[in-house]
Design a protein around this ligand. Structure first.
Ligand SMILES: [Zn+2]
Length: 89
């Protein structure tokens, strides 16, 4: 009996498996265009911009004015929000 595993087609299977690995690695390194969970806020109180991160529960964005440390909380609307810029009094 001759073994079919000695045919060169087996090598093609191996190379295709190796080609799949780099795509997973680049996805883990952040190369994929995934939106970062933060909002740009214009703090009118101090006329400055700041980024506030999304809360761990994913329901709000929470942060503070970098100058006067006024708290700000922006709820995440249903289906998310298209706005990436908000004003805070
Ligand atoms: Zn302020």
């Amino acid at each position: 009996m001759s073994s079919p595993r000695q045919q060169p087609q087996d090598r093609l299977e191996v190379s295709s498996l190796q080609a799949a690995s780099p795509s997973q690695a680049s996805d883990a390194s952040g190369a994929a265009p995934t939106p970062k969970p933060f909002l740009m806020i214009w703090f009118r109180c101090c006329s400055t911009y700041a980024r506030i991160p999304k809360s761990p529960d994913g329901l709000t964005y929470r942060g503070r004015c970098p100058k006067c440390l006024a708290k700000l909380e922006v709820p995440v609307g249903e289906g998310g929000t298209n706005r990436r810029m908000f004003e805070a009094e």
